[in-house]
Design a protein around this ligand. Sequence first.
Ligand code: TYD
Ligand code: MG
Length: 451
Amino acid sequence: MKQKTVYSCQQCGLQSPKWLGRCPDCGQWGGLVEETVAVTKGGKALPAAAGAPPLRLHEVSVVGEERRPSGCGEFDRVLGGGTVPGSFILIGGDPGIGKSTLLLQAAERWAALGPVLYVTAEESARQVKLRAERLGVGAGDLFLLAENALEAILERVRDLKPAFLVIDSIQTVFTGGLESAPGSVSQVRECAGKLMQLAKGEGVATFLVGHVTKDGAIAGPRMLEHMVDTVLYFEGDAGHPYRILRAVKNRFGSTNEIGVFEMKDVGLAEVPNPSELFLAERPQDAAGSVVVASIEGTRPILVELQALVSGTAFGNPRRTAMGIDANRVSLLVAVLEKKVGYTLLAQDIFLNVAGGVKLNEPAVDLGVVAALASSHLNRPVAARTVLFGEVGLAGEVRAVSRPELRVKEAARLGFDRCLLPAGNLKNLDRPNGMQLLGVKTADEAMAHLFE
Ligand code: TYD
Ligand code: MG
């Protein structure tokens, strides 16, 4: 074996024999860092090994994919109904968002199902203990290990044979086999690879905490996301107590499923009825505030959208959107101009999704249009009206998926009027006391709301 120097991009994992200022693959400036790797000579082809022969699909035996629910409903839902033994799960999120808190609380629940090893590579055992005391966590087979050398961790896992393993965080674990610094691409890749072998080999459900970069992606090689079975993001706004756990990849369940939590002084509390929470502080009869019925994963959630449209003080009007794609908002502003006939050219436009929620479903378009119009006209939308529908470039309102779920959730929360795409009205059950208004165009919707 001989040592070779390569430069690898800390963003995307590209390897180059020479140093470059800008990564030719992902375009990151200053991302290439020198690393030494061991190479085997020759690179001879491996002798053909007599592995398992291919099987016909119907011959493959399905080992009962047993799920182990922790009892924390919000977490289990995101995982697809519980943890599958041997699954390899990555949890990313901004620093201080509550990843360690979430996992420590979950670890206590898992401890009732089998031994849990919580490896803290970032904080001391004492710090974790203090947090655990604050959370009232401590009973059962919950083991703590303050260690960041991979070899030592693997050794302990083999000794203890835990059913669940938490690595907090993968960026601070390092293997002695590589010279590069902890957190570098090759370290993260190597450590994650070894941990994955262990997880699959011994059936240990492994949770890795991953740091995120400035623009919110999980730091380290993109590859990490391909290696794991499930990628979860823990998001939220520092200014809000709500936290949302979102699955963006899940080999064992549906993606885009979310779990909602509230950060309290005694840790994270589950929020089984997020709509109620998101609407709790809704102002009464305020222009620019509307409620939309969105679907997150399999669950309908009602969220308040707020718009503020006001004359700009400068020549260049500002367009700001929080919690929703700014390009989508610009597009809807243009539709309002051209198809509904409002003059918004010289207006500053701000749009906000209340409660720090992020919406990325076109079904909220009609709500965005209504919020903008309401603020522009300075006329509130009736308090118990809810909207959903996709708005096209011609100003048409298009049908969206799962209308029945949205309408039902709105009825449950006491809404009595729902504006929805006319195309969604077919075969739709009308809940008692709910008026369903099917609209074909944004113009028609505005007429219902403001006339
Ligand atoms: P932490 O789990 O350490 O975040 P991460 O591991 O994602 O970096 O959570 C840190 C924040 O959570 C910290 O700002 C304090 C807050 N917090 C509470 O509000 N209540 C609690 O019970 C705990 C443990 C933390
Ligand atoms: Mg932490």
